[in-house]
Design a protein around this ligand. Sequence first.
Ligand code: NAP
Length: 495
Amino acid sequence: MICLTTTERTLTSALKQVERNKAYIDMVELRLDLLDEDELASAQIFPRLCALPTIATFRRVSDGGKSQLSDKIRMTKLREIVLQGDFSYVDIEEDVKKSDLKIKREDDLPRYDFENELKLKGIKIIRSFHDMEKLPSNLFSLASKIAKKGDIPKIAVTPNTIVDVVTLFRMNEELKDIKEKIIIGMGDYGVCTRILYKKVGSMLTFASEDEIAPGQLSAKTLKLLYRADQVNARTNVYGIIGNPVLHTSSPLIHNPGFDAIHYNAIYVPFLVDKVRAFFKLAELIRIHGFSVTVPHKRDVLPYLGKITREVKQIGACNTVTRIQGMWKGTNTDYYGFLSPIETAISKGEIKSALIIGAGGAARAVAWALRNHHVKVTIANRTLSKAKLLASETMSNYIELEKIKTLQDSVDLVVQTTVVGMSPNDNEDILEDFEFVKPCFVYDLVYKPKYTKLLKRAQESGCTVINGSTMLLEQGKLQFESFTGYHFPHWVEVEL
Ligand code: NAP
């Protein structure tokens, strides 16, 4: 189930929020602590009006909420609201004392037993544990203890490494006897657990419009892009590893592609600090293949059983697939880069090229061009790196300050550095290079789509190719490696 957490201050606007998301959600969490004080008096009508199963949550500050009331007063207010309405669940923090759930009456009669009243009304109790900083060591026993009392354990904790993420995914197996449980990894490392909530063993995942908890995604993204609620035991898991990785556009290629060919699969971003630990996760949840981005393109090499010629030459791998019990590494940056200029090379329109940069991407570019008999010259801020790459690829190198000398001779200029990338859209590493001869200009930067360099080159009559084209091409090739099918041509990808 996808559960929308309301983030509004009034019931009316919270209902509008539910309406906006209705197509993507199965249930709602009404956050009483976020409502204005005077709204609480009518909060009991909310479940009937929104017509979806609703959790009542009155979150205190220490657990990431806004309520500053004492537990006693908070529980008294929560009781008044919940017992008058049609709530399906009520969330009570795991450490709220029994005595605070025995609610005092005005008269001298025995106190109300809130837990018992909830049970009699058929409202399920979620006992929640939050750790906004880390993963506590007693996770499994904590969840078991709550479940033994007949309540639904909710464990919302913060993984700080991929090893922590492995622990969260292990909860599915370790706690498989607990049918109803909620497990959430918060923060950037936890994003994959929010998407793959079913693989973690969680009965639901929370979504919000305003990222009320760290790492939370929108309901629309979970439902339409990831189809997170469709994941089942037969779903093949794919992903991308990197650090950082959450800005990646690759899910926009693979998930719609899987959907279009009716392939039961999902593609998820995994923030990874240690590649070794990620391979453990890949075994645990049977990941079928994954893309690799900065800084892990070299780090994955020791774990691969098989690599292609390009991976060997470039010394970097951006695509890993599980083939007959081993991991195979390929490099689709190589072919993705070539794809838009292949015809021009074969027609003899591109015989010489200037590459700016000597990092990971430049390595793939230099080898691709050299293998296609294009004469390459490499310029880089750190000259020693240009020199090294040039000697490996049997190319030439030149000081960045002297590239002007090539402006009337090269057929292709490839910009492979981060210069010009958003938010530094105003930078142009080739500022002094004039396009006196119309040539091909290829910028690997894909945000913005057209860099200052490309705009200038286009105005000078050059043929320009942007980084999005390469990104999409290399992604389509990865899709083929993952699925064995061509990327469906009818899917329009907007990167
Ligand atoms: P990398 O290995 O870190 O290399 C970075 C390169 O940029 C190095 O040559 C570095 O020079 C240079 N550089 C960095 N800051 C600079 C500055 N301020 N002035 C001049 N040069 C600077 O990174 P990478 O993996 O090669 O990626 C580079 C770019 O390509 C990124 O923008 C990435 O998004 C893009 N890319 C795009 C695609 C695609 O499909 N479109 C695929 C891969 C990469 P030094 O050696 O002097 O540090």
